[in-house]
Write a protein that binds this ligand. Structure first.
Ligand SMILES: [Zn+2]
Length: 707
């Protein structure tokens, strides 16, 4: 997964940080379990208490040790073994199981080499060396080449491009420094590495080396591995440089065995070699670089003054891969299924990617373990006679690391069923690598997630996960902790950004410098990330309770009041950027549509609570819940965003100039960025109409419930 730096901070989005909690809290007191009748609420509470007690730290430790014993990159025999392990576990729990295989384009490097060739010659060692008392660090490694790197053998002057952001190249332009024909060196951070590769290639670099600056996650931040959790001088961050979602050979449809495939030259992938390096190696190329001194903000944490170059240091990079002979490989998604007793076609899914760039104890054995322990807990309940009312699916995805491939191919494969019956998708990507809780997702599920976090004990024993979350965020009592927006970067994208299914995710973070390194392994996890494995178990407890709450509700517990209020908070910023483009365009049409949604959602919530006081027929429940599932689908446009049709959700998307940052209302904000006032205005009208369609779905839910 891409790291979510925003999740490590209590608050990152200014005005959005302080969600006023008073109204939500009052609501929580009045109706103990929104969407439940009194009789069902009591039964649900008892079941959730059992489900929360189910996950066990010792079992989580055992899963972690086994699943992180070897490097398990998508498409490899080791990764096929991890699929077998998960399926066997789920069979042992008594779950129905399914494996879906897809054939995806995953070219493996066959060699990588890097030399400094001037002013002095030196071959640089790219492998991460073993450290003592860490057996996995001595196991076979995946080569230090970024996923979907181009191939080639190039020699050129080194030029330092800071983070390799669009604005960094603009700065270089303004300084009169050309990158063309040179080997660019960029530091990790501030943007997705695929954007760094795209921008380097656009500016004519012949190759890109991306290094982990010690200021990012190395010694500037803390002691380095194995003395501490941070990145040591040899640690390397691998990772994909593909900017899309799903197999690049089958854009928009599933990579089944017989699916037609794009030829390699038509896939949207980098053409230049892109190689991740350690800061030890970066120092060999940056110390002694001359030319201009860097602007102050470009100075990193290495112990010398940085310069931009180009030269006099020159390097040679060579990458070869297997694309010509066996670039396409088989990937495996696994599913454990509990059929719902009352609404078998309504589906709640929890998923985690199972692939990694190395042993992957944090990313993402911890997520896989959380899914396994949630499955264990629920299956124990099922065996004692408590079958959930909706169908639960426990998924593990392959090839997330290459571009969310397993989850995307599955969602494309099963899109009709998911669009109709998908209730929620819960994602577990790095479930535990520290003690600091963070969460995010669709605003419609945030109140539910906060409520579950109040029920689950924090591993430190001082109170609930919520209480500890709130304490660490250092907020006043009336303010709830900020939750992150679903922009992109993990397996929820196909469900949320493509299909409009509400999503939630959560996990426990902390100081870590082993992201996508061979050192993300069991020894690191046991020493620093989660020595007791209690945080693994706690992530699973939250998952089990979330699943049950969504599966058993009489009326689906989405909160479209909080959803609409969250949307309202985005309008002032949209107002400002529109005004800067064209003063005649008013956001009033959108503002009014969102206000109508809030009014209708408030009215629906009251009608729901009143209706639940008496028995509701199954037909009415089914119709109400079908209408509720339509609400966020209505904000998902079938033709998608202009220029990237796969992204249909009009509320959130990953910023295409950054890859990690979230852009809200992208159908309007993308034309604003392109300075197309005419298109921005028509898209604003379209967006308002779609909010009205969402509001009509809320009305339909109320009508179905009360008629
Ligand atoms: Zn991940």
């Amino acid at each position: 997964m891409p790291p979510r730096p925003s999740l490590l901070q209590p608050c990152v989005v200014g005005a959005l940080c302080a969600l006023l909690a008073s109204s939500a809290a009052a609501q929580d007191r009045a109706i103990s379990l929104p969407g439940y009748s009194a009789a069902n609420a009591a039964e649900e509470r008892a079941m959730e208490a059992d489900a929360i007690a189910g996950p066990k730290a010792e079992r989580a430790r055992a899963h972690s040790r086994i699943l992180s014993a070897e490097t398990h990159v998508a498409g490899s025999p080791a990764q096929e073994r991890s699929s077998d392990y998960v399926i066997q576990q789920m069979r042992d729990m008594g779950l129905e199981t399914e494996v879906r295989a897809y054939r995806a384009y995953l070219p493996y490097p066959t060699s990588v080499a890097l030399w400094r060739v001037a002013p002095t010659q030196k071959a640089l060692t790219l492998e991460e060396p073993p450290v003592s008392d860490d057996p996995a660090s001595a196991a076979a490694q995946y080569p230090t080449v970024n996923g979907y790197s181009g191939t080639g053998d190039v020699t050129g002057d080194i030029v330092y491009v800071n983070y390799g952001l669009i604005e960094d190249y603009a700065r270089l332009d303004s300084l009169g420094i050309a990158v063309k024909g040179h080997i660019a060196v960029a530091r990790y951070g501030r943007s997705f590495r695929g954007i760094k590769a795209r921008e380097a290639e656009r500016h004519g670099a012949s190759a890109l080396l991306i290094y982990s600056d010690p200021q990012g996650d190395g010694y500037v931040r803390g002691d380095v591995y194995p003395e501490g959790p941070m990145r040591n001088r040899d640690g390397v961050q691998r990772g994909s440089v593909f900017n899309g979602a799903g197999d690049p050979a089958t854009p928009g449809y599933a990579s089944t065995a017989t699916a037609p495939r794009l030829p390699i030259e038509r896939m949207e992938l980098p053409h230049i070699p892109v190689v991740p390096i350690s800061y030890g190696n970066a120092a060999e190329l940056l110390d002694g670089l001359r030319g201009r001194e860097v602007p102050d903000a470009w100075q990193g944490g290495l112990p010398f003054r940085y310069h931009i170059g180009p030269g006099p240091i020159r390097a040679r990079v060579r990458v070869t891969d297997d694309r010509a002979s066996r670039g396409t490989k088989v990937i495996y998604d696994t599913f454990g299924i509990v059929r719902g007793s009352e609404y078998p076609d309504e589906i709640v899914i929890i998923g985690a990617h199972r692939d990694a760039w190395g042993p992957g104890a944090a990313d993402n054995v911890s997520g896989t373990t959380s899914v396994l322990e949630a499955a264990r807990s629920i299956s124990d309940l099922v065996r004692s006679g408590h079958r959930p009312k909706r169908t639960l699916v426990f998924a593990t995805w392959d090839a997330e690391e290459w571009g969310l491939i397993g989850s995307t191919e599955y969602a494309e494969d099963d899109s009709l069923r998911l669009a109709r019956g998908g209730v929620a998708y819960l994602n577990q990507d790095v479930a535990a690598e520290g003690v600091r809780f963070s969460a995010g997702g669709s605003p419609s599920l945030r109140p539910l997630l906060r409520q579950i976090a109040q029920q689950v004990p924090d591993p430190k024993g001082a109170g609930s996960v919520y209480a500890e979350w709130h304490r660490l965020a250092q907020l006043p009592d009336t303010t709830v902790p900020a939750m992150s927006d679903p922009g992109g970067g993990s397996d929820f994208a196909a469900f949320y950004n493509h299909l409009g299914i509400p999503i939630a995710d959560w996990g426990f973070g902390g100081a870590s410098g082993v992201y996508h390194s061979q050192y993300d392994d069991f020894a690191w996890m046991s020493r620093f990330g989660d020595p007791t494995f209690e945080y693994h178990a706690t992530a699973a407890r939250i998952g089990a309770a979330m699943l049950l709450r969504l599966a058993n509700a009489d009326v689906l517990p989405y909160d479209y009041v909080e959803f609409a209020r969250t949307m309202q908070r985005y309008v002032p910023a949209l107002d400002r950027s529109l005004a800067a483009l064209d003063r005649t365009i008013s956001t009033q049409v959108l503002r009014s549509a969102i206000e109508r949604m809030e009014r209708e959602a408030t009215s629906f919530a009251a009608a729901r609570d009143a209706a639940l006081a008496a028995p509701i027929s199954r037909a009415r429940r089914v119709a109400t819940n079908a209408a509720l599932r339509d609400v966020e689908r209505a904000l998902t446009r079938p033709v998608g965003l202009r220029g990237r049709a796969w992204y249909r959700n009009l509320v959130y998307v990953a910023d295409q100039d950054n890859g990690y940052a979230t852009m809200v209302f992208p159908s309007v904000n993308e034309p604003i960025r392109a300075r197309d006032a005419h298109l921005a205005a028509s898209e604003l009208t379209d967006l308002a109409q779609r909010f009205d369609a969402a509001t009509r779905a809320v009305s339909a839910a109320r009508d179905a419930l009360t008629r």
